[in-house]
Design a protein around this ligand. Sequence first.
Ligand SMILES: [Zn+2]
Length: 305
Amino acid sequence: MSYAGPGFEPSQPPRSFVRRPLAVALAVLVLGGGGWFVWGAVADDGGGKEGSSAADDYSPLSPIGTPGIVVPSEAAAPLAGKVVVIDPGHNPGNFTHTAEINRKVNIGTGSKECDTTGTATNSGFTEAEFTLDVARRLRTVLEQLGATVKLTQDGGKTDDRAFGPCVDERARIGNAARADAVVSIHADGSSAGNRGFHVILPGVVDEGAADTRPIVASSKVLGEDVKAGFARETGSAPSNYIGGGTGLDTRTDLGGLNLSTVPKVFIECGNMRDSKDAALLTSGVWREKAAEGISEGIVSFLRGS
Ligand SMILES: [Zn+2]
């Protein structure tokens, strides 16, 4: 992609702002600013829903100090002030902590295992590795857009999560962060031939510690936005085995959704047990598209477009 939206014209540079620094700054933003770039595309798609074109929004360059040094302004950080929690499903360490993850936790409607190991492709690429990789890519994109991003676990890399966390705590991490949006990332382990992605929405639950009523509607909007962004960037089709071709499924048996008090969805990015889906899921290039697609959905949701 290249940024060449209709009507694109850099805002009027200040008098002292010579042509060369502008060109350099643009090159930096376009080549190095993947996040800004993604947002630019989204803003373009928005078609002035907020009464302004992408060109109007685009005024990220302001010279400071030494001539030639420019920095993005607020306009390049459309998610500034927003908090996004990314929940990479499972954890590579779960495989060696079976006793801990098998203990039961309360999910409002009953009790369920703390966590599971997740699935894997036939070649042994685990869902836990997949979810962490997509989550880290997504974090990078969202941070470039100015969001404050928190992962529920980072595979023990930058936290002390050797396993888990349990599903109830995964929900509470989003709640405690007062997240504006939470996305839990997974890949499915269904039969070969079952293909495609689907987004899981919280159903209405009002039982025990669970009360999803305040988040059902907003989570549906988030889910529809994530579905649209993911389909657009990856070109993947909605699941052919869940959701009747809508790419959406509603569930009331997931603690991570039941206990959430902030808008939250899961995305099952594909079926690891299908060889064609597995070929996508194991591709770093494809996972980058997946992360960008999810980020576009989050941006749409948070900008209310
Ligand atoms: Zn999973």
